[in-house]
Design a protein around this ligand. Structure first.
Ligand code: FNR
Length: 186
């Protein structure tokens, strides 16, 4: 049976390059991984009062339940001001609480960042990794995926425009499949 991978995209933009990269990674995944994008754009901002008052927003509860069915996490994100976009950080925070019930704990992950800029979202990629260390998500270290110049790498339908890009995405997702196989908890 394939491992279920929850794919989180750090951009809400309709034509997001990162969403296109996420979809391309899902498409080129080996049969051992089944990836699906989990939407995070409608999660209200985390507010501890709502958990402690026992009335978390329905969207938080649905997200937490959905994420509990995942065996692994794939984060595909742009960089905003050299860091993680707020929408993705919020999803990390929502999933991490109530205290002691984190949905992240112990499940393997990988981070891919993409930007039209030359350094490929390196800052976001590594800020995200800082949180994932604390959240106890064993995160694939190699190969790294900082996709620079992403605006030139996809065709009009959002698929990789050339063989190098196709091969790179395939290398990343194949390595992630091996990482999940080694680090999953079932
Ligand atoms: C950006 N962008 C950007 N790019 C980058 O390489 N480093 C950065 O620090 C930032 N900062 C930043 C802040 C904000 C608020 C926005 C809206 C954009 C540009 C960004 O990489 C570009 O808009 C991408 O296209 C966003 O990714 P998606 O939406 O295409 O996936």
């Amino acid at each position: 049976m394939a491992y279920n991978v929850a794919v989180l995209v750090g951009s809400l933009r309709k034509e997001s390059f990162n969403r296109k990269i996420a979809n391309a990674l899902i498409k080129s995944a080996p049969a051992s991984l089944k990836g699906e994008i989990v939407e995070i754009g409608a999660l209200p901002f985390y507010n501890q009062d709502l958990d402690e008052g026992g009335q978390p927003p329905e969207a938080w509860t649905a997200f937490r339940q959905r994420m509990k069915t995942a065996d692994a996490f794939l984060f595909v994100t742009p960089e905003y001001n050299r860091s993680v976009p707020a929408v993705l950080k919020n999803a990390l925070d929502v999933g991490s609480r109530p205290y002691g019930q984190s949905i992240w704990d112990g499940k393997p992950g990988a981070v891919v960042s993409a930007s039209p800029g030359a350094i490929g979202g390196f800052g976001a990629n590594h800020h995200l990794r800082q949180s994932l260390v604390f959240l106890n998500v064993p995160t694939m270290q190699q190969p790294e995926a900082y996709i620079g110049g992403v605006n030139k790498l996809l065709d009009a339908s959002g698929d990789p425009a050339d063989d190098n890009t196709r091969k790179f995405l395939s290398t990343i997702i194949t390595a992630f499949a091996a990482w999940v196989e080694t680090n999953h908890r079932r």
